[in-house]
Design a protein around this ligand. Sequence first.
Ligand SMILES: *Cc1c(COP(=O)(O)O)cnc(C)c1O
Length: 422
Amino acid sequence: MSFFEFSEKLLTLGEQAKIECENKFKEIDDIARYNQQKVLSAFIKNGVSESHLGISTGYGYDDRGREVLEKVFADCMGAESSLIRHNFVSGTHTLTVALFGLLRPNDKMLCLTGRPYDTLIGVLGVDGHSDGSLTDFGVQYNQVELGADGYPDIDTIKKELSINKYKLAYIQRSRGYSLRPSLSVSDIEKLCKAVKEVSPDTYIMVDNCYGEFVEKKESLQVGADIIAGSLIKNPGGGIAPTGGYIAGRADLVEKCAYRLTAPGVGGEVGATLGHSRELYMGLFAAPHVVGEALKTAVFAAKLFEKIGYDVKPKAEDKRADIIQSILLQNSDSLVAFCQGLQSGSPVDSFAVPYPAPMPGYDSDVIMAAGAFTLGASIELSADAPLREPYAVWLQGGLNFHSGEIGILSAAQSMIDKGILAL
Ligand SMILES: *Cc1c(COP(=O)(O)O)cnc(C)c1O
């Protein structure tokens, strides 16, 4: 008996795609197994106990659950210390706290990976957004454009660092809504070496969103000084209901803690209000869940390659994050894809997404997400600005079995609307 109605041809293609992905799936399992052991051993080493899963209120002084979680997370990331908190409201907020914690008036910051993710533009204060931004507080921002191959332009970066004294070099690991390649940990290693060679005192910060647990190593193990990211992406394992993290060198994490709460107070406070259990469970689940999201991405790439679309990255490519884009060529295909993906979601499957204007975009945007946690992109979700090359960016999948159905539903929707003939 079958619960979903997919065309026979689509099902056959899906089965073939899975067979062709077997080696890739094995590689993903191997990484997930390694990272799961890393996380489990950090739990054991730090003596995580039932009493750490409890609740604190008020100032949250001496909340052992919070303190131990921050040690466990630091160990998982190869950090000296960390902040992992439910009261970071988003990835952007977390990155903002880190930047404002580390930079002072007249300091210079250099982004090594071209234009940063859309929501950071207002934080930096470029493009005329200024009120309360880093620019507003006298921080000077500069960026080095990516090379023609989409990778950081190391020669120009070294030259710029040798001319001007930068307090902070910023690396964005994932590609956001662009088609540039995401940076692998070894790409980050090369960048860190280049920075330290010319300017050893410059802090290296990585926007680590979507990269956690994708490889066996993390950015801090190859020369980055500080990383930050969101808990409704990879490291929350689909269980953390909200939050973010900062991890890295202890002196730098402390500066960020002073910005998060108050100078002199730092990370010693912060009631956990009962969220510790979810953050522990999410971190524990994360290596496996990231593996499931990667399998979903690889399957989507292979299926749509077989159907005849250009995909980035390709199914066989080495992955540096959980994002998959498919170049769908026209807006009708994008809309059909997103509506289909939504119809295969566990929550709000009956909702029909349509393109609409979004602040910060010069074209309409369509988003599909039927997630348990609002906006959680470790759950299967897709978004697309309606403009050339009509690419959809999809990510997440709490388990491959349901991720597969989401992807097949997207393709079936294109068939049903007469856009795709197999
Ligand atoms: C998601 C993301 C952010 C911002 O996170 P939000 O939670 O959406 O604010 C920043 N940088 C990158 C590369 C991201 O993928």
